[in-house]
Design a protein around this ligand. Structure first.
Ligand code: NAI
Ligand code: PHE
Length: 354
């Protein structure tokens, strides 16, 4: 996609900055503030081009708008991306601190139009650093007054999504099902434990072999990263990166259902059409992975306690059943159905203070 195409975006705001000293480029994209101030995490990654970083931030911001709307949370959608000059693990601590400080300055200039939080390659400790410069930060560590990591609750929500989807797909309970988890990070690792406790047979894959050590001890089957899309399983759970299912992958997968934490699992609309034609039930990511948003926004904006966060997270399965009903009634993909439900719910919600 050309830079012109990337900038011809229907979101509300794009902010970019490049810092020659650290080599980092910064992008903030606010997709919508219709339901409230925009919120979405900070992703740190290497990108082949600045246009690629802008495109990713825009798509991720759009997914946050849908996630907030379908979840009934009074926030809009935004996202920020820090395009790194080297892999995150190779960036020295002082340079990383400086990168975070610059990012925080950019966020602060928006004066609350955009609130950040943790995402791929950023955690609560990083949120604490951002908070030294700006107040518009979710997910600080608990001893700094924040809600801490969102990963545990995201995993709980994906687990609820998995149970509802398995049942709707005619697979019954998770007991005895084969579940392939791609990415054993903060969310995927916890999801693996929950699925194993429910009696599932785990197949796991990660590009970081250190993450697989406990899985080996646990007796999980290890799948090579490039064999994921050709390995048969009952449920495929992408919990690593987005865009893992394009048309070719959708045509190849041997699974009954897809339920994962990754944002923007489908590379394009066509992939969703193919999954539908092939009878593979896809749980739209922005519904299934909303547990993190319930945790952060629920605790830090709405003042929810543990029980209230859990009640909302447990309802993710019910929301998916509504999505599947719309998909069947309208003969459309589950992704299109979830967008309809998000629009319907947004039409009935009030912005904070509204
Ligand atoms: P993480 O960075 O802790 O874990 C990701 C894991 O995926 C790492 O172990 C990494 O080595 C692995 N990985 C990367 N590329 C891979 C590949 N091609 N094949 C197999 N493994 C690969 O990230 P986290 O927090 O667990 O998030 C996972 C996904 O869920 C991300 O896409 C994130 O945007 C999404 N998500 C996370 C939420 C949260 O609360 N942490 C909330 C909603 C979505
Ligand atoms: N990055 C996570 C997500 O995609 C958690 C998050 C939610 C961060 C809301 C900020 C705001 O859902």
């Amino acid at each position: 996609m050309s830079l012109d195409d990337v900038l011809r975006w229907d979101g509300e705001l794009t902010v970019t900055r490049h810092d020659p000293e650290t080599g980092a480029s910064f992008v903030i994209r606010v997709d919508s503030t219709r339901l409230g101030q925009a919120a979405g995490g900070t992703r740190a990654a290497q990108y082949p081009s600045l246009a690629g970083a802008l495109e990713d931030a825009g798509k991720l911001a759009g997914a946050m708008t849908l996630k907030m709307a379908v979840s009934g949370l009074p926030m809009g959608g935004g996202k920020s991306v820090i395009a790194l000059p080297a892999p995150r693990k190779d960036i020295a601590p002082e340079r990383w601190q400086r990168i975070l400080q610059l990012h925080a300055e950019n966020i602060d200039r928006l004066n609350g139009t955009y609130w950040t939080g943790p995402d791929v390659n950023t955690d609560s400790a990083d949120m604490d650093v951002l908070n030294e410069t700006t107040e518009f930060v979710f997910g600080r560590s608990a001893d700094r007054g924040g809600a801490g990591s969102s990963a545990v609750n995201t995993a709980l929500g994906v687990f609820e999504a998995m149970k509802a989807t398995a049942s709707h797909a005619g697979l019954g309970s998770l007991d005895g099902l084969s579940i392939l988890i791609q990415g054993l990070g903060a969310v995927g690792g916890r999801l693996a434990t929950l699925a194993a406790e429910a009696g599932a047979r785990l197949l796991v894959s990660d590009t970081d072999f250190q993450r697989l050590s406990w899985a080996r001890e646990f007796g999980c089957t290890i799948v090579e990263p490039d064999a994921v899309s050709t390995t048969p399983c009952d449920i495929f759970a992408p919990c690593a990166v987005g865009g893992v299912i394009d048309s070719a992958t959708a045509a190849r997968l041997t699974t009954s259902a897809i339920v994962g934490a990754a944002n923007n699992i489908l590379a394009d609309e066509r992939a969703g059409d193919i999954l539908r034609q092939r009878g593979i039930l896809y749980a739209p990511d922005f519904v299934a992975n909303a547990g993190g948003a319930f945790h952060l926004v629920g605790r830090e904006v709405l003042g929810w306690d543990d029980d209230t966060v859990a009640q909302h997270t447990n309802r993710i399965g019910d929301t998916l059943i509504e999505v599947y009903a719309i998909s069947e009634a309208e003969d459309i993909t589950t992704d299109a159905a979830a967008r309809i439900l998000a629009r319907r719910r947004a039409a009935h919600s009030q912005p904070v203070g509204g």
